[in-house]
Design a protein around this ligand. Structure first.
Ligand SMILES: *Cc1c(COP(=O)(O)O)cnc(C)c1O
Length: 508
């Protein structure tokens, strides 16, 4: 295994800029465009920009080289394995890019008349029906822009439901397990509820006794990921749903990572009332750096009336947008959702079919368990919460033993993995596993690339026990070496754009 990432002394594109350099040619102005120029004259002065926008002035060659150099200093799922647990970095088939880049879709405008947008409305209508079928729900809204946004919509639906029943005052609590994704408690708080945390039992599933102790009249709902973030299937899910329903609460399914159960099991059949999915994790649309994405939300019949507006409907002849929903929680996003991502998910679903999706579930589980079993053979890695039980699409290995015996922490393991040319797993999540390495290889990896990942983990363990300094000094083969996490995220020191540098000066 030998790997060394490119390291260019590449300035910002604004630093490359020289007045007068041009990297493009515009077509001649047509008569129609000239006429349109008169319209600009009609715009009130106060609304017009005074100075031209600040854009870099560079030639085409400079632009191309600049971005190719930057891309060589990056790592992505098109370059190698990316086993980022809970984030699901699976390969996105390039055909989905071809589909969304056809001019019929690309040149659409949301203000076009419904008669002229029947095609996209049909796609959205069919896509929401596919998702409803996959989730076992009755109706799906495609509006939310991300998983966290889907959760917010779900929790707001819980609010609307209890408010309509006249019980919002007393239903103050939303229960989440201690293995929950951070967005769950964040959204319950944002929607004005109190978060009540229940601990996990010995096998990593919700502790039923502890759950029963906190459920009552004040319970508004419960949020659960299944398989949970440990990669363990919540076997008692039906009983959990019953406990919450008996108390008058609603049960929410965090389906950000649906890979393990696609076409095998459905949240709707497990007793959930509301569920969201992440197209950018399960349905192979690209993501990274916080976006873009889509977090469609599905609900059971009784909750349909609360969904955000507009919903896409079909009257047997034409597709249309329905804004007439008096009980709706309202509008949550501009227009109809993140179309570019949703159309990719639609293309992916048509490409895979139900059989293909079932195969995704099988392979994602097989790949995860193959990697975890092999990684555990190396010294210093353990699998908390009943290691003898299989995991689903991901598993959380601990490097605590390695840390105690060699001083090498999970963070160091991850940095050394980068040196070996594979991406690191998710670190230090879920919080209930010390020195967590959360591994999710996904179904799109071959046995050969899984073996590369396993070899990298094994080699890091051997180095930790023979020459820990190599691991502690990592990374050395990457463009950027050890990042100062505090400086990189502190408002006083972080510089995220050229404008920030101009305003605050270089990062120190
Ligand atoms: C990723 C994830 C989320 C949040 O999704 P975003 O699209 O990143 O907002 C929520 N829950 C779980 C379990 C996740 O893995």
């Amino acid at each position: 295994m030998s790997f060394k990432q490119a390291k260019w002394n590449e300035p910002l594109i604004f630093e490359r800029s020289k007045p007068g350099k041009i990297g493009f040619m515009l077509p001649e102005i047509t008569k129609e465009e000239e006429a349109a120029g008169d319209i600009i004259k009609a715009i009130p002065k106060s609304l017009l920009r005074e100075n031209p926008p600040e854009l870099p002035e560079v030639s085409e060659v400079e632009v191309v080289r600049h971005y190719i150099r930057l891309s060589q200093q990056n790592y992505g799922v098109d370059l190698g394995i990316y086993p980022l647990g809970s984030c699901t970095m699976k390969y996105t088939p390039k055909i989905t890019d071809v589909v969304i880049n056809t001019h019929k879709l690309r040149d659409l405008h949301p203000y076009q008349d419904e008669e002229l947008t029947q095609g996209i409305l049909q796609i959205l209508y069919e896509l929401s029906n596919y998702f409803a079928e996959i989730l076992g729900m009755d109706k799906v809204s495609l509006q939310p822009a991300a998983g966290a946004h889907g959760e917010y919509v779900g929790v707001m639906i819980m609010r609307a439901y209890h408010a309509l029943n006249g019980e919002l005052d007393k239903r103050t609590d939303i229960i989440v397990p201690d293995s929950a994704h951070g967005t769950n408690p964040a959204n319950t708080a944002m929607a004005g509820f109190k978060t009540v945390v229940v601990p996990s039992a010995e096998d990593g599933t919700v502790d039923l006794k502890a759950l029963k102790a906190v459920v009552g009249e004040h319970t508004a709902g419960f949020m659960l990921t299944n398989p949970n973030t440990l990669g363990v299937f919540e076997r008692n899910v039906m009983e959990i749903a019953e406990i919450i329903h008996d108390a008058g609460g609603l049960v929410y399914y965090d389906g950000a990572n649906l890979n393990a159960i696609l076409c095998k099991a459905r949240p709707g059949d497990m007793g959930f009332d509301i569920a969201h999915i992440n197209t950018h994790k399960t349905f192979s649309t690209p993501h990274g750096g916080g976006g873009p994405g889509a977090g469609p939300v599905g609900v059971k019949k009784e909750l349909e009336k609360f969904l955000p507006v507009p919903t896409v409907e079909f009257d047997g002849k034409k597709y249309y947008l329905d804004y007439n929903k008096p009980y709706s929680i309202g509008k949550v996003r501009g227009f109809y959702g993140n179309i570019a991502v949703l159309v990719r998910a639609y293309a992916y679903l048509l490409l895979m079919g139900a059989e293909g999706l079932e195969r995704v579930a099988e392979l994602s589980v097989l790949n995860a368990n193959y990697v975890i079993r092999k990684v555990l053979k190396a010294k210093g890695y353990t699998l908390p919460y009943k290691p003898e039980n299989l995991r689903k699409h991901e598993g959380v290995v601990s490097a605590k033993q390695m840390m105690d015996e060699t001083g090498v922490r999970a963070l160091n393991v991850s940095k050394r993995l980068l040196d070996l040319g594979v991406h690191a797993p998710t670190n230090y999540f879920p919080l209930i596993v010390p020195e967590a390495l959360m591994i999710e290889p996904t179904e799109t990896e071959s046995k050969e690339s899984l073996d590369e990942l396993i070899n990298a983990f094994t080699r890091v363990s051997e180095e930790a026990y023979s020459n820990p300094k190599v691991v502690l000094d990592a990374p050395v083969n990457t463009t950027v070496d050890m990042v100062d996490d505090v400086k990189a995220s502190h408002p006083k020191t972080m510089r995220l754009s050229w404008r920030m540098i101009k305003k605050y000066g270089e990062a120190k």
